[in-house]
Ligand binder design. Structure first.
Ligand SMILES: CC(C)(COP(=O)(O)OP(=O)(O)OC[C@H]1O[C@@H](n2cnc3c(N)ncnc32)[C@H](O)[C@@H]1OP(=O)(O)O)[C@@H](O)C(=O)NCCC(=O)NCCS
Length: 160
């Protein structure tokens, strides 16, 4: 790793966002519209990347977007975004969405991985700070993120 590269903790850029699901967010099947959830997730991922890089950034890829449970009107939705991996200019952000019950318990409804790329003043990719891993969970998330990074690279090469 670059000796001069600044480093930041995962906890420095964590984002938690709360939404109460309203009738305007519901689709014809009476469930939360998936595109609405994706918009909320996109904002959370963008703010995580912005806090880490202190740069503008753009979304390069979205994957592993899995919907596990339906979400209904009046549900309290909690979105938690955190960095799992950083390359040179890219950052992988995991966003988990939970429905929170009245007793405070949370049920996971969605997991997404966004790849955000930091941009300089001329809109070119620019190096981001490295990531300080402090817990076993963060180290495991990093290894899984590194595998996804390599997989995405292979996929891009295959698509050329
Ligand atoms: C993302 C983007 C800036 C990458 O530009 P590029 O010229 O390909 O730059 P590079 O090849 O140097 O790649 C920069 C980083 O992006 C990553 N990257 C590029 N394309 C990617 C893709 N399809 N999936 C995942 N990561 C990608 C590279 O791995 C690299 O990361 P690293 O520095 O950590 O190794 C450019 O493709 C772009 O502007 N795309 C449009 C993004 C956009 O408008 N998003 C909004 C969608 S509505």
């Amino acid at each position: 790793m670059d000796k001069e590269r600044p480093m930041r903790r995962v906890s420095d850029s964590v984002v938690e966002q709360v939404q109460v699901v309203l009738s305007c967010h519901i689709n014809g099947a009476g469930r939360l519209f998936g595109g609405q959830l994706m918009e909320w997730i996109d904002v959370v991922a963008g703010v995580v990347a912005r806090r880490h890089s202190r740069r503008d950034q753009t979304t390069a890829a979205v994957d592993s977007l899995q919907f596990r449970e339906p979400v209904h009107v009046n549900d309290t939705l909690i979105l938690v975004g955190k960095l799992t991996y950083v390359g040179r200019t890219s950052m992988e952000v995991q966003v988990e969405s939970f429905v929170e019950a009245l007793d405070g318990s949370r049920k996971l409804v969605n997991t997404a991985y966004f790849v955000m790329v930091a941009l300089d003043e001329n809109d070119h990719p620019v190096q981001v700070p490295g990531l300080i891993l402090e817990t076993e969970e963060e180290r495991e998330a990093w290894s899984a993120g590194e595998k996804r990074y390599e997989l995405r690279k292979h996929r891009r090469i295959e698509n050329y």
